[in-house]
Design a protein. Sequence first.
Length: 306
Amino acid sequence: MKHTNKFLAILIASIIAFGFAACSKDEDNDAPTCTIVSPTDGEEITQGNTVTISVEAEDDDGSIAEVRFYIDGVGKGSANSFPYNYEWITTEEEIGSHTIKAEAKDNAGATKTDEITVAIVSSGGGGTFTDPRDGKVYQTVTIGNQEWMAENLAYEPSSGNYWAYDNNNSNVETYGYLYDWETACDVCPDGWHLPTDAEWTELTDYLGENAGGKLKATGTIEAGTGLWYDPNTGATNETGFTALPGGYRGLDGTFGSIGGYGGWWSATEYDTDGAWYRSMHFDYSNVTRYLDYSKELGFSVRCLRD
């Protein structure tokens, strides 16, 4: 019996020691590293492009068994040997923010993750539209989920109030007509419309900081390179919208601010007298939302695809 008890004691001690050794072994395994190196956090990716998601993963006390790739929480693929890459086709992805996550697992089962956020943006592809009413061809541009005319409207309606700047028809080819609000609401061709206040806001929210600069045509009058006065603050025209400073017509029939200012009606009225509009200036880079209490002013029109 004495020998039996001694044997049991040794057996129990061995089991405990083995357990401690196993635990110690597990605890000694370091997790691997995992870093998404491409694309970068916050990067904008044009819809339709194929993006290589590239991960750097290492394991100091073992080896990398697998790297898995996730888009918005959905597993998309894996790589179990270097290079740890996944080709992400964005053709069917929605415009907006998306989360990319990578998970590296080592040969002992330990894992490490990294996560970034990217934005899918519209290709901004331009095109043309021919107004069937007069045959004029307009450049168009897609910004976010909206398709805009990339030129001010230059249609001469059979009724309503509209003017060439300074009553000089040579200005119409470049700047389009200036319309009062009532006329502006009905002047766009079929399939297009005067954008609402909310649709203008959708555009500027999509563009974010320096929205006006992204919309304004580049160059300055002084340098002979454009139609805005110097300094044409922030202008990059990276959207292709090509906003021009067509000025305005006042209630007294005078015209002003060509070269320094552009104003564009929205279809949203405030009351029987006033309506919302947007403006851009030569000396700052934002888009200003204004309420004017006279619908009889003359501003430019940009049409938005229905």
